[in-house]
Design a protein around this ligand. Structure first.
Ligand code: COA
Length: 359
């Protein structure tokens, strides 16, 4: 009975489709491989939000609006939350934003994780937060707010690829959470806050940090097969593998692997990490096939996410927060689509507890 709602259809959407058998992701009629070729976060945001807000916009207009929103949001950074881990600090800051269904609320929510995460990370390192630069696109500005330096072209492109790749993905747990809240007409901030909370768990957006822990523990390619076997013997899951929908390779994994290549070829990342990751991937696929012959388990988005975000200088405790930066637009688009539909989501449960004693 507790099947995690597998195969239950809970919404109709025009936003994205995940074909788990073919390994294909479509976002508003465009396949992922087309979107990531020179795609920007602002471009995919304009696509996802088209027709769902009060007005439509092109990529350049949205880029300018998002940049203004980052500047507005920067004033909400509050050093008082520094005792919390980065994700929780970001969630607490976001929770204080006003609720609403309008464009300004949506833009503030698009800007919030992008501004809060670098600011929180800097404050926790004892550094001053860096104010947004409204002349930059969001990906370049995030990296600049994190490091204090203008990123290289390859770094900006890699972060854009990541944010585009994870912008929306069918009715995953956090998106469902966003739609449930939207169906109550609570407002976009409430929807995004619920989605953010759902994303935190290791079975959803919390896996890429543990992927790096796993790579560190394995250490060398020769060690991979035996280390992974012992982890499975202990009943552990291999982080970065398996997916509820995909029965083949997650197409997002290859998009991210592709985004890493220019960083490696230009010497901006140590190639040894990539070599180790490929060896671990090959060993994990072989061992999962041998141990779980009835369940096709392949690499998922989190595996190469971990390498990419590490290469861009994000600490591993911030990885789930970067995921949130990218996915916020999907949560917003789904929340608006749900709110416009107007029907409350209210499923039923089957009572399996004791019945009252007869009088
Ligand atoms: N490592 C080892 N075994 C795995 C596995 C993994 N990463 N993912 C699934 N399995 C196994 C389960 O142990 C189970 O085996 P069993 O039937 O012998 O008990 C079987 O595959 C089905 O698992 P189930 O939990 O029903 O699948 P799910 O659809 O609920 O799980 C995930 C999807 C993502 C939660 C799961 O694959 C997972 O935990 N992966 C690791 C965490 C991760 O990478 N998360 C990021 C997702 S994008």
């Amino acid at each position: 009975m507790t099947n995690g709602l597998e195969d239950v259809i809970a919404a109709e959407t025009q936003l994205s489709d995940v074909d788990g058998e073919a390994g294909r992701l479509i976002i508003r009629g465009v396949s992922l491989d087309h979107l990531v070729a020179d795609g920007t976060y602002e471009g995919v945001a304009a696509l996802l939000l088209d027709g769902l807000m009060e007005k439509s916009f092109d990529e350049a207009e949205l880029r300018a609006l998002m940049a203004q929103a980052r500047t507005r949001i920067f004033h909400h950074v509050d050093a008082a939350l520094l005792t919390l881990p980065p994700f929780d600090a970001m969630r607490a800051l976001l929770a204080r934003l006003p609720d609403g269904e309008d464009l300004d609320t949506a833009l503030s929510l698009l800007a919030a994780p992008a501004v809060f995460l670098p600011a929180v990370l800097r404050l926790q390192r004892g550094e001053k937060p860096i104010a947004p630069d409204a002349s930059l696109a969001q990906s370049a500005d995030i990296l600049r707010m994190l490091t204090g330096k203008l990123p290289t072209r390859e770094q900006t492109a890699a972060l854009d690829t990541y944010l585009v790749t994870i912008s929306d993905h069918g009715l995953n747990a956090s998106t469902f959470a966003s739609r449930v809240i939207a169906s109550t007409q609570a407002g976009l901030t409430s929807s995004v806050l619920a989605a953010l909370s759902a994303l935190k768990g290791p079975l959803h957006g919390g896996a890429p940090g543990p992927v790096l822990d796993m790579l560190d523990a394995i250490g060398t390619a020769e060690n991979a097969y035996s280390w992974l076997g012992e982890a499975l013997d202990r009943g552990e899951r291999l982080m970065g593998f398996g997916h509820r929908i995909y029965r083949v390779r997650d197409p997002r994994a290859d998009a991210l692997k592709g985004a890493l290549k220019p960083l490696i070829s230009t010497g901006q990342v140590n190639s040894a990490r990539g070599t180790l990751a490929e060896a671990v991937e090959a060993s994990a696929l072989a061992i999962l096939k041998a141990r779980k012959p009835n369940r096709p388990l392949d690499v998922n988005v989190e595996f190469y996410t971990a390498l990419l975000l590490e290469a861009l200088g994000f600490p591993r405790e911030a990885f789930t927060g970067v995921f949130a930066i990218g996915r916020t637009v999907g949560w917003l688009a789904h929340a608006r689509e749900q709110a416009l539909d107007g029907r409350l989501i209210r499923p039923r449960s089957v009572y399996i507890g004791p019945l009252p004693a007869a009088a």
